[in-house]
Every structure is written in structure tokens, then in C-alpha cells.
Design a protein around this ligand. Structure first.
Ligand SMILES: [Zn+2]
Length: 472
């Protein structure tokens, strides 16, 4: 009888084929015309969970795109882990920049190209294959496992909190494991111990009920596009420091230890510039790029539009202009306080000649950080070391995972974030890809994870260590 490890070595080709089948379903959550494909991907995933021997596999309605659930709860006395991933993907535009069709995965130079290959279908697949290896070779898992795959991660986990609230008893677990992050480099694994939070807004500036003739009304009517620019330019100074009063309240200063840890993680400025075609980097003085990305908050304009956008000249003063603005937040900023501060500041600095409206969009997430000496993190470190032969880096990330916020508030305070894909996987971009060596190692590491977490046992939770909502 093979071991799970041997099984995974013998089934590489099969595993890759399984992933390719999953990638062919264009589960783009943001496009209404793809809703049936998203649903089809959910059904396909539930079938995989059932096929590998998980039980109670079910596509569960959430009010939006469905979630997929399955479990295996036959290890009495062992801890129960909730494993999270998401099966929805980002849109593919600009499609011309893809070198092959995004939903027809192809293998090329040790890579698998296709939308979702790394974010996050590849990581979901390597987990079901590690589970398959355990159940096929030993008939059991070393602990109890609940698996959840979300279909709305890429649109801000719109219904996830509602869904978790409605299914709290079914989902509650001793620990959470989330695989939607990245490694540091090829062969260099990482555990992510902090995430930035997020708040997102649309700012609309209106002056008139219609576009106006820029000759007839020029010099008389206010211009909302200019007014919008005036507002935006006051949000941040040219060095990247945010000017909203109170914005930095609560920002946890970096310790010397953290700065040392951050400095050990390679950051190749030249490579980043080359990959993205950047002329130079930009950001607050006094911090390294890694510190700025992981532990400092940001404010960015994500989109801006209004007025005439067609070819050639059109001499108008637009009736309105708008921008999307978001802030990445760090521990211990309070998203509600930031939102209040931004609203008051924009009202204060807006030209009085225009009407403004600031609408908060969905997808707010609290910043998250977990102690690095937690037994769950240590179990993750042991599992990774066993497979990669080196200690994983303890890293933060500049991104936000709304589901982690919801899971840690509502289901379990302890979450391990471990991902198996590379930083240059082009997630969300054209030619998203998966490094195949990393995929095969990831399958082995995923299998190790369950035996290591089994050894730390069921946590002895004092009432105050439980998420607030679960306290009596
Ligand atoms: Zn993702």
C-alpha cells in the first residue's frame, strides 16, 4: 500500500488533468452573463469533493453565487479544521494581451497557463488531491476537515458573512486554514500572519443636469472634472502621505524584530519594475517598499471617469465626474473611523460650486494579524519545512481577504494562511499561470499539514478567546 506521499508522486499527470478540467469552466463572478458558468463550476467542485471521499458535499445557496461545502468528520478527539478557498475568478480583459485563450489551459515551459490556475482554483485542486491521497491510501484523514469554497471572493465576498451567519453551526471549527496567498519565491514557502483591511468608495461630483458648451458656459459654469481633481489632489501629498486628519490613528508601529524579518524577505526592485513596466517605485519616506506594502495604509484612486471620452475633440464642460477610491488598512486602524474621517475631509475640501456624493461600496474588511508563536502557525511551519527543506518565511501581505475577517470574527479566532503559488503568477492579470513544480510540492505540503495540525490537538478556549458572536 502506497503512502499519501507516494500516491501524490504517482498521480501528478492525473492531478494536472483534474485542474485543467476545473479551469475550463469560466467562473467569472463579476459578470452576470457568466452566472451559469459560476454555478457549473460549483457543481463540478462538489463532484470532485465527493469523488475523493469527502462527505456531505453540497452546493449551498448564499443569495449570490453559491458556496461549496464538504466535510469528513470521522476522527473523534482530533481537532476540526475549516479549509477555505474560492472557485470564482477575475475577468480576463484585456483579452489581447493573453498569449493563449484564458479558459483553454495549456502547459508551457513548466507552467500551466489559464485564468484561475493560481488564484485560486490551483490551490483548491491541490488540496482536494492531498485529501484524495490520504483517503485512498489510509482510508482516513488525521483530523476532522470541513471544506468551504466561496464563489464571490473576487467581488468582495458580498454574501459570505450572511452565509457564514446562516451556517455557523455547520462551519464552526477549532482552526481555519486559508490557501489564497503566495510563497516568497520558488522553493521558498511562506506563512502569512497579517492582512491589510479594505474600504472602498465611489465619489461623484455633479455640477449640472447636462453637459454644457465650453465656449458658451466656459468661465461661468463650474467644471466637475476639475473639481474632482481638486479634491483628489488634497487626499495625499506627492510623497504618498495621506492627508486626512486621523487617518493614521491606530496604525501599529513596526517593531525592530518585524523590520528585521521583513528585510530577510527578498524584494527585487529591478525585477518588479521590469515585470510591470514601472519607471520608478513610489511611497512614503522612512519605510522600505516591503514595509510600505505590508504594514502601512494606502489610499488609491482605482478609476476615474466623466466628460467626453471618444475620439477627437468635443468642447464641453461635463455635467459630472466620478472616481473610485479605496484604502488598504493595517492593524489596528478602524475601518469605520477611516470612513468617517474620509467623508468629513472630502466635504471640507470640496469646492462649494458642486454637489458631491460619497457612496461606500461593498467589500469592507478589517485588517488582521495573528501571533506568530501560535501552535497553529508552528504546525504549519513544521509541515512546510518537511516538504521544502527550509523554514518558511513569516510574512504579511498587502492584500485583503474578506473571508479571513469573517472567519476569525464568526467561526474560529485562529487561522493559518498558507499558499503554494509564486508571487509572479500574474493573478488578476493576463497570462495568469501556475508553476508546476510548485503545484506538485504544494500537494505534498497540503497532505503534511493535516498530520501536523492533528498533533496540536483541540484548543482549550477560554471564553474571551472565542469570537465575540460565539460567546455565551
Ligand atoms: Zn484569490
Amino acid at each position: 500500500m502506497a503512502t499519501p506521499e507516494e500516491f501524490l508522486e504517482q498521480t501528478r499527470e492525473q492531478g494536472l488533468k483534474e485542474l485543467e478540467d476545473f479551469l475550463r469552466i469560466p467562473s467569472i463572478s463579476s459578470q452576470p452573463e457568466r452566472a451559469d458558468d459560476v454555478r457549473r463550476a460549483a457543481g463540478h467542485l462538489a463532484e470532485q469533493y465527493e469523488r475523493v471521499g469527502l462527505e456531505n458535499a453540497e452546493v449551498i445557496e448564499t443569495g449570490g453565487h453559491p458556496a461549496v461545502y464538504a466535510d469528513w468528520l470521522r476522527a473523534p478527539g482530533k481537532p476540526t479544521v475549516l479549509l477555505y478557498g474560492h472557485y470564482d475568478v477575475q475577468p480576463v480583459d484585456p483579452i489581447d494581451l493573453w498569449t493563449s485563450p484564458p479558459f483553454e489551459p495549456i502547459r508551457q515551459d513548466g507552467l500551466l497557463l489559464g485564468r484561475g490556475s493560481s488564484d485560486d482554483k490551483g490551490q483548491i485542486a491541490l488540496h482536494w488531491q492531498a485529501i484524495d491521497a490520504w483517503l485512498k491510501t489510509t482510508g482516513e484523514l488525521p483530523l476532522n476537515l470541513k471544506v468551504i469554497a466561496e464563489g464571490e471572493e473576487e467581488i468582495g465576498s458580498t454574501h459570505f458573512e450572511e452565509f457564514v451567519t446562516a451556517n455557523t453551526d455547520r462551519l464552526r471549527s477549532d482552526y481555519g486554514v486559508v490557501s489564497d496567498t503566495q510563497m516568497v519565491a520558488k522553493g521558498f514557502p511562506a506563512i502569512t500572519y497579517a492582512l491589510r483591511g479594505l474600504v472602498y468608495f465611489e465619489l461623484r461630483v455633479e455640477a449640472a443636469t447636462m453637459d454644457m458648451h465650453s465656449g458658451q458656459l466656459g468661465g461661468i459654469a463650474p467644471n466637475p472634472a476639475n473639481a474632482l481633481a481638486e479634491i483628489l489632489v488634497r487626499l495625499k501629498d506627492s510623497a504618498g502621505h495621506i492627508l486626512i486628519p486621523g487617518f493614521y490613528d491606530g496604525v501599529r508601529p513596526l517593531t525592530d524584530d518585524e523590520r528585521r524579518l521583513f528585510a530577510q524577505v527578498p524584494f527585487d526592485e529591478a525585477d518588479v519594475k521590469k515585470t510591470y513596466g514601472l519607471q520608478s517605485l513610489h511611497g512614503e519616506a522612512g519605510f522600505t517598499p516591503t514595509e510600505r506594502n505590508w504594514a502601512r495604509p494606502t489610499l488609491d484612486v482605482n478609476g476615474i471617469w466623466g466628460g467626453y471620452q471618444g475620439p477627437g475633440a468635443k468642447t464641453i464642460i461635463p455635467a459630472w465626474a466620478a472616481a473610485k477610491i479605496s484604502c488598504r488598512l493595517v492593524p489596528d486602524q478602524d475601518p469605520s473611523a477611516v470612513t468617517r474621517g474620509l467623508r468629513e475631509y472630502i466635504e471640507a475640501v470640496s469646492p462649494k460650486t458642486v454637489r458631491i456624493s460619497l457612496t461606500q461600496l461593498s467589500g469592507q474588511a478589517e485588517p488582521w494579524v495573528t501571533p506568530v508563536d501560535h501552535p497553529l502557525i508552528q504546525a504549519g511551519q513544521r509541515a512546510l519545512k518537511r516538504v521544502y527543506g527550509k523554514d518558511p518565511a513569516l510574512i504579511r501581505t498587502g492584500g485583503s481577504i474578506g473571508a479571513v475577517d469573517v472567519m476569525t470574527r464568526r467561526l474560529t479566532p485562529d487561522c493559518l494562511l498558507v499558499g503554494f503559488v509564486l508571487p509572479d503568477c500574474f493573478a488578476h492579470a493576463p497570462n495568469e499561470r501556475l508553476d508546476l513544480d510548485s503545484f506538485y510540492l504544494g500537494r505534498r505540503a497540503a497532505a503534511q499539514l493535516w498530520s501536523e495540525i492533528a498533533t496540536i490537538g483541540i484548543p482549550d478556549r477560554t471564553p474571551t478567546s472565542l469570537p465575540a458572536e460565539t460567546r455565551a
